[in-house]
Design a protein around this ligand. Sequence first.
Ligand code: ADP
Ligand code: CIR
Length: 355
Amino acid sequence: KVDPEILQKLTTKYVLLQKSDSKSLTKKYLTQELFEKLKEKKTKYNMTLLDCIATVLDNHDSSVGLYAPCPDSYDVFGDLFDIVIEDYHIGFPKSAVHPPMDWGEASDLQNIDPNGKYVISTRVRTARSLKDYPFNPGLSEEQYKEIETKVTCALCQLTGDLRGQYQPLYEMSDDEMNKLIDDHILFKGGDRFLESANAYRYWPNARGVFTNPPKTFIVWVNEEDHMRIISLQQGGDLAGVYKRLADAVKELDRRLEFCKHKRFGYLSMCPTNIGTGIRASVHIKLPKMSQNEAKLNEIAGRLNLQIRGTGGEHTESKGGVLDISNKRRLGVTEKEVIKEMFNGIQELIQLEEKS
Ligand code: ADP
Ligand code: CIR
């Protein structure tokens, strides 16, 4: 049974959310009727509806406002997750099943900005969680350390272009940390949406970053997800960036067991990052189109693209640099995700040239 104190907190804050002008998907879909149906449920790891929605209860300006504290939250609170997921991923009905992994051939892709006029850098990342563990809000300190050990052991076996070194966060000086964050290599802590979701317990313990010497292959350990696997480089060579990520994931897949769901593919803490988990982005300058922000957002939305600020999620654009990426990651294969992003960015570049 759910603790009466938790139930009280959940109910009080839910009433305030309902009265608020929150534009979050969670507010949109968590009707009173659904709230009543879900409020007394618990997962195998003893997680409640409060663990899933605390982020939006404390931050009405959330866009999604929902996190899975553990894998079976996707089923226990499925009535809420299903509709939020269907909305965010631009269509994924209850009957849909995520297709098997298919990276295709990187050689089918080209440079996304052959003349080097618009794109500053290109990054493709995915999220992976290890099988048989909860996500951040449910992890004990021992489990955090176990995950760190398993992941770094697998990473240290990589060879060639993927060979690198792991740096635990607690060993880094502030200067070193800030430089890596400014260079878009390291995650930044202190995100209030994750804080409210209980994702920062024991920080900075068992968190860290693995990088190869040129810092084109990066793995974040125990930040929002157990693993964020990242390929990043200057310029628009999407084929090269994508191939590096595909090779890395295939190598890691042989060494680690990842958490998969029968309908949603790879699972992660945020329902926006399930399925392929892929976010393929460019840092791009579109000086003419940026003058009309509302119109650019409208066009990006039509192309299934999402615009973020220069420092990533929940940041502002600086010096005219936008982060533009695919929005959906579920219901499509890896190669389809990358193609959708490639076509969308091509279209934006053409529109900029015509402006
Ligand atoms: P995630 O992409 O993992 O969801 P963020 O949106 O917070 O998380 O971005 C993480 C970091 O990656 C930020 O520093 C962001 O500026 C950087 N980043 C994203 N796309 C690019 C890119 N194409 N080139 C350089 N840095 C990028
Ligand atoms: C939110 O709900 O605003 C945060 N938890 C982030 C959700 C995913 N981000 C995104 O689509 N930009």
